[in-house]
Design a protein around this ligand. Structure first.
Ligand code: FCB
Length: 494
């Protein structure tokens, strides 16, 4: 089966199966019907003012370890997250991703949930050790078969697949040989990426290389609260990050070499989303400077092919060891840039170098259920605007945005997550502002379709549009699912 790359099957406005006939069977109806509808005339004038561009891609996002389960079936190898979660004391409540939300076996029903939402795209990750149990060497065909089936199921339902090649589940076999501290891991990743590109690009048009290098490096190798649980000194840490950006660049090259012509590839990085604390021209200039420097070790080197002087000076003797060829590979031309945006970094201008200063959020600044998540919708305006203005990026995806909430089903069994609806309304309003200003954002992936295994927090923190009863695996769409579905239906801010 082949997908039309120019118009993803599920792009807003594209001809696709009606959502109405599947909504009831997937259970969204109960909440959707409770949403008050404004009068038709009012609705269309409001929609026009808050519209997203025609063809805007609306999707949801997940990752393999967080949803699949089936951790040791059909020849899958062990990943560093399997090992870490099986280590007593590392994860809240001793939770593991062994079963997760059993997506491996329930993917067909989960695709129906997406279809009921009206989502036109789905971002999921491939489990590297499912495909290469030892990280390198002979592939496990049964592993790839799962992604074949999932891809076909998505396309049959009018949903465009967007695949992430690495969402943190490194094969344990590679960790045993040095993991990201070893340069060989970057080459192994490129080889795996080439294999995935060759096998899947007849149907998958967009590949994200690595999800959030900054998160897995900082939490896995500095604080050690993520797999593999290491606390490295600065020089080794900087080398890990360098190997990760190198792996990204080499993977871009192997996708180009092995995938169908026209296949698009880019990163999915959680940039520091720099926001001018007050929108003055001085603070906007300061925000642009800060955007380059605060992302210097990852996005800036990918887009400019050099580490900034300030980055190298700050690292001093601990700077990563690299060659000119490395930098060239790291900056391999991209088709798009994906950014995961959850919270803002506020800055203001200063008269002295570096010309900006981070303004820490006030103690009483509103936060979402996770204490790290400062509520700052403007981040979804400024981050993509900077990509366009500073680096002239012409195709941007918001590869993740969403929030955790202390979801509790009400007496009728529905989660009325008014906080998540507030969050989405605020952030999407700012994204709409960006598109209305001409910033080329092509699509948005909401994290997450389903409640799932939230890393160190286990099943204690819920990010889904769809509630999951982890004991019974029952899926029930929340109020936020009805809100998001309405945004998709209108291709505008409800
Ligand atoms: C992002 C991760 C994703 C999920 C969300 C809440 O940093 O990419 O896997 O944990 O945060």
């Amino acid at each position: 089966m082949t997908a039309d790359r120019s118009a993803p099957p599920g792009a807003a406005g594209a001809d696709r199966p009606s959502r109405r006939d599947v909504i009831a069977s997937a259970g969204v109806g109960a909440v959707a019907l409770n949403v008050a509808r404004p009068a038709q005339a009012q609705q269309s004038s409001a929609s026009a003012a808050r519209a997203f561009p025609p063809g805007f891609v609306w999707g949801t996002a997940t990752s393999s370890y967080q949803i699949e389960g089936a951790w040791n079936v059909d020849g899958k190898g062990e990943s560093i997250w399997d090992r870490f979660a099986h280590t007593p004391g590392e994860i809240q409540n001793g939770d593991t991703g062994d079963v997760a939300v059993d997506h491996y076996h329930r993917y067909k029903a989960d695709v129906q949930l997406m279809r009921a939402l009206g989502a036109g795209a789905y971002r999921f990750s491939l489990s590297w050790p499912r495909i290469f149990p030892d990280g390198v060497g002979a592939p496990n065909p049964a592993g790839l078969d799962f992604y074949d089936r999932l891809t076909d199921e998505l396309l049959a339902n009018g949903i465009a697949p967007f695949a992430t090649l690495y969402h943190w589940d490194l094969p344990q076999a590679l960790e045993d040989r040095g993991g990201w501290e070893s340069r060989d891991t970057a080459q192994a990743f490129a080889d795996y990426a080439g294999h995935a590109g060759a096998k899947l690009s007849d149907r998958i048009g967009h590949f994200f290389t690595i999800n959030e290098i900054s998160t897995f490096v900082d939490l896995g190798y500095v604080t050690g609260i993520f797999a593999p649980g290491l606390k490295l000194p600065p020089a080794r840490l900087n080398q890990v990050r360098h190997h990760a950006v190198l792996a990204h660049g080499l993977a871009v090259q192997s996708i180009r070499a092995s995938a169908r012509p026209g296949t698009k590839v880019g990163p999915a990085e959680n940039v520091a989303a720099v926001v001018p604390a007050v929108e003055t021209s001085e603070n906007i200039d300061a925000a642009e400077r800060a955007m380059r420097e605060l992302n210097a070790g990852i996005l800036t080197v990918m887009l400019e092919g050099r580490y900034t002087d300030a980055f190298l000076a700050a690292a001093g003797a601990d700077a990563p060891k690299f060659s000119a060829e490395d930098l060239k590979a790291i900056a391999s031309p991209l088709d798009f840039v994906g950014i995961n945006v959850y919270m803002p970094t506020y800055v203001r201008a200063t008269a002295t170098p570096p010309g900006y200063e981070v303004v820490p959020p006030a103690k009483s600044h509103p936060r979402m259920a996770s204490s790290w998540q400062v509520f700052g919708p403007e981040s979804l305006y400024w981050a993509p605007r900077h990509l366009h203005k500073i680096w002239n990026v012409k195709e941007i995806y918001i590869s993740e945005n969403g929030c955790g909430a202390a979801d509790q089903p009400a007496a009728d069994g529905i989660v009325y997550d008014s906080d998540r609806v507030m969050f989405l309304r605020g952030y999407l309003a700012m994204l709409q502002r960006a598109t209305a200003d001409g910033v080329p954002v092509r699509g948005y992936f909401l994290w997450s379709l389903l409640d799932n295994f939230e890393w160190t927090s286990g099943y204690g923190t819920r990010f889904g549009l769809v509630h999951v009863d982890f004991a019974t695996q029952t899926r029930t769409p929340k109020l936020s699912a009805a809100y998001y579905s309405e945004a998709i239906r209108r291709n505008a801010l409800p």
